[in-house]
Design a binder for this molecule. Structure first.
Ligand SMILES: Nc1ncnc2c1ncn2[C@@H]1O[C@H](COP(=O)(O)OP(=O)(O)O)[C@@H](O)[C@H]1O
Ligand SMILES: O=C(O)C1=C[C@@H](OP(=O)(O)O)[C@@H](O)[C@H](O)C1
Ligand SMILES: [Mg+2]
Length: 194
């Protein structure tokens, strides 16, 4: 007898979201922007990236905003942008790595989205961020030590996310996106059945 697949299809997952978005959190280089875009394509949802949106509204790059106005101004803008995007869902939202550290933004994401922490080890993160020099927080004497410090401070907060997905070095983006969709499906439907 052919086994019947019980895996929910993408339309069922979209419905299961019940108007909520999917928000990716995690450190720089985890793949929030890249994998988020692929999750959106799989599920047939719009994709937004908070950094991209900030750059569009300010007509400046993230690096320019940091150097012209400082990090606090960037964070204020980021909080407004994430709040607007997540209330304007459902969508897949790639957040900037620091967005989830803001308590108001975190609450907003918890209320309007299923949150997914994309996690990678330090070597993987460093390899990925070294492809581009557009992350102002890593313009330090030792970007690796800075990343390590951010891991120590942020991991306990990222751990509040609904779902954790590993994004190891050898995992292709599409594989990580598929893992995230499977975990999302389990999160939405297995708990409902339990
Ligand atoms: N699973 C993956 N496999 C290979 N490269 C990846 C993967 N995830 C991300 N990358 C690459 O790593 C870099 C950083 O990814 P990005 O999506 O910008 O991370 P984040 O938004 O979390 O900072 C990009 O060059 C991206 O193409
Ligand atoms: O971790 C952070 O505080 C930041 C992460 C960046 O986004 P990515 O996580 O997408 O690289 C960007 O928002 C900014 O450089 C600050
Ligand atoms: Mg990003």
């Amino acid at each position: 007898m052919t086994p019947v697949s019980t895996k929910p299809d993408y339309a069922t997952i979209r419905e299961g979201l019940n108007g909520r978005s999917i928000a990716l959190v995690g450190l720089m280089g985890a793949g929030k922007t890249t994998v988020g875009r692929r999750i959106a394509a799989l599920l047939g949802l719009p994709f937004s990236d908070s950094d991209q949106e900030i750059e569009d509204v300010s007509r400046m790059s993230v690096a320019e905003l940091f150097s012209a106005y400082g990090e606090p101004e960037f964070r204020a803008l980021e909080a407004r942008v994430v709040s607007r995007l997540v209330q304007d869902g459902p969508r897949v939202l790639g957040t900037g790595g620091g967005a989830y550290m803001n308590p108001n933004t975190r609450l907003m994401l918890k209320n309007h989205a299923i949150t997914v922490w994309l996690k990678a080890d330090i070597d993987t993160l460093m390899a990925r961020v070294s492809r581009r020099s557009n992350r102002p927080l890593l313009k330090t004497g030792s970007p690796r030590a800075t990343m390590k410090k951010l891991m120590d401070v942020r991991y306990p907060i990222y751990a509040e996310a609904d779902i954790v997905i590993n994004s190891p070095r050898e995992a292709k983006r599409d594989m990580v996106a598929e893992d995230a969709v499977d975990a999302l499906s389990r999160h939405l439907f297995e708990r409902a059945r339990a």
